[in-house]
Design a binder for this molecule. Structure first.
Ligand code: DGL
Length: 279
């Protein structure tokens, strides 16, 4: 008989930058006793404008770092773009359970929508993959997706409450609503299909039509992860293990990560370690 484990397992969380700290924040709220290792591939951000092949190569390298060097026993792909284009490649590359953010986001949209018609905003690469549209279709939903490439740099710049950002959001959503109406959709739910958009949630909620529900894929993914991990790792929720331990790694600009990351994590990220994953 195997003896009960005394330490909480390590959950690896991966993103192309520090936007994925929104997913880590939601995970910590649900799994306060877990150990987390987070890597932001800031040197190679953004993934959202790159090809599937490049995204898969980068994502697999980060996943392997978390498994081989940080001992991760579960992996959460916080990055929507990597989840959309590289989930299969990551699952093949590492011998541990891997969870992406797309399916939990679509499932949350299913639970929220009454009309069955949803809108999705995401990066270019995510939209071109139509991963959200497929996941929504599997849930019996119709979805229209729109790439909003200006939003990531605006968030990275810290302009989450800036009037320029509000204006950009308004333009994107007007175009998306017009497209939905032209296709005869009666959308009542908007999925935030990018790590950075939860930071814009107040501005987005001001811009959507009254009554539209806004789904944060970070929250949905954390909910799914908590469900998965509670079943497999009892110490995560018990009171007899030390409180949350978070180790953060970045492939570039550690100072910027420490400075801006706290906005995404909702608390200081502490010391961030620089890692080199190659070119
Ligand atoms: N993390 C990416 C996502 O959620 C956004 C940033 C990027 O383009 O790399 O899609």
């Amino acid at each position: 008989m195997s003896s009960p484990r005394t330490s909480a397992p390590t959950i690896g969380v991966f993103d192309s930058g520090f936007g994925g700290l929104t997913v880590l924040r939601a995970l910590v709220a649900r799994l306060p006793r877990a150990r987390f290792a987070f890597i932001g591939d800031t040197a190679r951000l953004p993934y959202g404008s790159k090809s599937r092949r490049t995204i898969a190569r980068y994502a697999v390298e980060s996943a392997q770092f978390l498994v081989r060097e940080q001992g991760a026993e579960f992996l959460v792909i916080a990055c929507n773009t990597a989840s959309a284009l590289a989930l299969d490649a990551i699952q093949e590359a590492v011998p541990i359970p891997v969870l992406g953010v797309i399916e939990p986001g679509a499932a949350a949209a299913r639970a929220a929508s009454r009309t069955g018609d949803v809108l999705v905003i995401a990066t270019d690469a995510t939209v071109q993959s139509h991963a959200y549209a497929s996941a929504c279709r599997a849930q019996g939903l119709r979805a229209i997706e729109k790439a909003c490439p200006l939003l990531v740099p605006l968030v990275e710049e810290g302009w989450t409450s800036h009037p320029v950002t509000a204006e950009v959001i308004g333009i994107y959503l007007d175009e998306l609503n017009a497209e939905a109406a032209a296709q005869g959709l009666h959308a009542d739910t908007l999925v935030l299909g990018c790590t950075h958009y939860p930071l814009l949630r107040p501005a987005i909620e001001r811009a959507v039509p009254a009554g539209m529900r806004v789904i944060d894929s970070a929250e949905s993914a954390a909910e799914a992860a908590a469900h998965l991990f509670h079943g497999r790792a009892a110490p995560l929720s018990s009171g007899d293990t030390p409180p949350t331990e978070i180790r953060c790694f970045a492939t570039d600009s550690v100072e910027k990560f420490e400075r801006l990351g706290s906005r995404f994590l909702g608390r200081p990220v502490g010391h961030v370690e620089l890692v080199d994953l190659g070119g």
